[in-house]
Design a binder for this molecule. Structure first.
Ligand SMILES: [Zn+2]
Length: 296
């Protein structure tokens, strides 16, 4: 039986990695990271898993690869990446493509093997892109989409900062405020469109998650159909995180131990006024619908 899949959607720097780590502490849930990047960064580049080992030698992913595909090979990764370029594009949203079944089959086999190896009935893919969520739905998988939204000015501030990737020491991609605002709107609108097409979409605000993680997780376990859990890894806004075999994603996936959840309001001082206004104007009125204030 195909495991249930939670797909975390939204624009990067919105808290999807944090939410994945917290959900991953629930019994019966296996967090897999950003599977969309696994083919290139894990299989081909050999970047580390969240457990700290190189993807190729991580026992979890080695076993998943064996079960799903008879082993990871550059040919397999290249094939999935080629299929992705053809079918998994934001501008192709909602359009049928002859290669879609083969592309989705790779994900289906991977999710199934990850569930079998971990013993979890539910896997999390935090790939974020609405276009992949569309592909999975069109391909017959029925992911429960969790849309993570965050104040767009905070997101723009984060995208404007220089951050080093722990995987290889190279800087993470930087975007200016206009580009961030356009992508923020496009991703969130696309995820809303999925809901209108009948997909199960639950929205979570990053600000609510860090202010009251216990309440947010309790709401989500109900929405996701998980049994109520005591959340022993949470004490107020302190979370105790254990190792997770996440294949790719934000540097936060490597953190183990106690972390204090707190809202990062650095954008109020760090993002120049003019840029704040620009982002605020460009993301209106969607921003207001998510509870992020007035037009100014
Ligand atoms: Zn690992």
């Amino acid at each position: 039986m195909t495991p249930r899949v939670i797909f975390l959607g939204g624009l990067g720097r919105s808290g999807t990695t944090l939410l994945e780590r917290l959900l991953g502490e629930l019994p019966g849930v296996a967090p897999l990271g950003e599977v969309v990047h696994l083919w290139e960064r894990g299989v081909l580049a050999g970047e580390p898993c969240g457990c700290g080992r190189a993807f190729r030698v991580c026992p979890f992913w080695r076993e998943v690869g064996e079960r799903a595909f008879g082993g990871w090979t550059p040919v397999l990764a290249g094939r999935v990446m080629a299929l992705r370029r053809r079918v998994d594009r934001t501008r192709r949203l909602g359009r049928a493509h002859a290669d879609l079944p083969e592309y989705v089959l790779a994900y289906r086999l991977l999710y199934q093997a990850a569930a079998d190896v971990s013993g979890a009935g539910l896997v999390i893919d935090s790939s974020k892109h609405a276009s992949l969520a569309y592909c999975l739905l069109e391909g017959g998988l029925d992911p429960h989409i969790v849309q993570v939204v965050r104040e767009p000015r905070a997101v723009a501030h984060s995208w404007g900062k220089t951050v080093e990737r722990p995987e290889n020491g190279r800087p993470m991609t930087r975007w200016g405020p206009v580009r961030t605002a356009v992508h923020w709107t496009a991703q969130n609108l696309a995820l809303e469109l999925l809901a209108r097409r009948g997909a199960r979409v639950t929205r979570v605000r990053y600000e609510d998650l860090v202010a009251a993680p216990g309440d947010t997780l309790a709401m989500l376990t109900g929405e996701l159909g998980l049994p109520p859990s005591r959340l022993p890894f949470l004490h107020g806004t302190t979370a105790h995180l254990t190792t997770a075999h996440t294949a790719s994603g934000n540097p936060m996936r490597f953190g183990v131990g106690s972390i204090e959840l707190s809202r990062d309001d650095g954008w109020r001082r760090g993002l120049p006024r003019g840029r704040q206004s620009l982002v605020a104007a460009l993301t209106w009125p969607l921003r207001a619908r998510y509870g992020y204030g007035s037009p100014a």
